[in-house]
Design a protein around this ligand. Structure first.
Ligand code: SIN
Ligand code: FE2
Length: 216
């Protein structure tokens, strides 16, 4: 879709008021308290047991520094053939279901009728970062991408819909929820770096980012 509408108009949903706006993205800082964060980490451990983390290859053949897996009907995947959604983990098994506690966040902030098809799990350790990119492998950009941060703080960078547009950074902390919707749905974004040891949520450190996406 060339001109994504405001997703609240498209869905008729009334979103809770964000704590801040960054280049059109809505930040809900501290949306999850410590107990909710720990419960979701336990849910994600189960997802990772069923669908182990792997390092996707970029279309240029380089392994990404962020390790990934997915839950839901679709998982995000990349190799020399490009970025896409696939209905199976590379081992051949289907992706495990998206945990209820994660779906509840989508329901509260985005919409109760249309649930996401994919929860991409990104795991950042040891200097992992993510270059500036757009999320554009989904069919309908009226639906936002909802991102949940757990563990160490991340310096998140966001710009405009052109790669050359000016960018701004915001530190995403454990429990923060960020929504890329409306005009920010196709904003270029990435993670410059993760602040090692800034959170005790994950015993061995690191950062988990979950992104919920409506795929088709
Ligand atoms: C992503 O763009 O897929 C991840 C963003 C993040 O880790 O905060
Ligand atoms: Fe992204």
């Amino acid at each position: 879709m060339e001109n994504p509408k405001d997703w609240t108009q498209a869905t008729g949903a009334v979103a809770p008021r964000p704590t801040a706006e960054v280049r059109g993205a809505s930040l809900h800082a501290g949306w999850l308290g410590p107990d909710a964060q720990a419960a979701i980490v336990a849910d994600i451990r189960e997802v990772v047991e069923a669908a182990p983390l792997f390092s996707p290859l970029t279309p240029w053949g380089k392994p990404m520094s962020v390790r990934m897996t997915s839950a839901g009907r679709y998982g995000w995947y990349s190799d020399r053939r490009g970025y896409r959604y696939v209905d199976r983990h590379p081992s051949g098994t289907s992706w495990p279901p998206i945990p209820d506690r994660v779906l509840a966040i989508w329901r509260a902030i985005v919409d109760a009728e249309r649930m996401p098809d994919c929860c991409l799990v990104n795991f950042y350790r040891d200097g992992a970062r993510m270059g500036l990119h757009q999320d554009r492998d989904e069919a309908d950009f009226r639906w936002p991408v909802l991102s949940i941060s757990l563990g160490d703080d991340a310096r998140f960078r966001i710009g405009g819909t052109e790669r050359s547009a000016p960018t701004e950074t915001v530190w995403l902390r454990s429990g923060d929820v960020l929504v890329l919707g409306g005009a920010a749905r196709l904003a270029y974004h990435g993670v410059d770096r993760v602040g090692a040891g800034t959170s005790t949520l994950l015993p061995k450190g690191g950062r988990i980012n979950l992104t919920l996406r409506v795929v088709d």
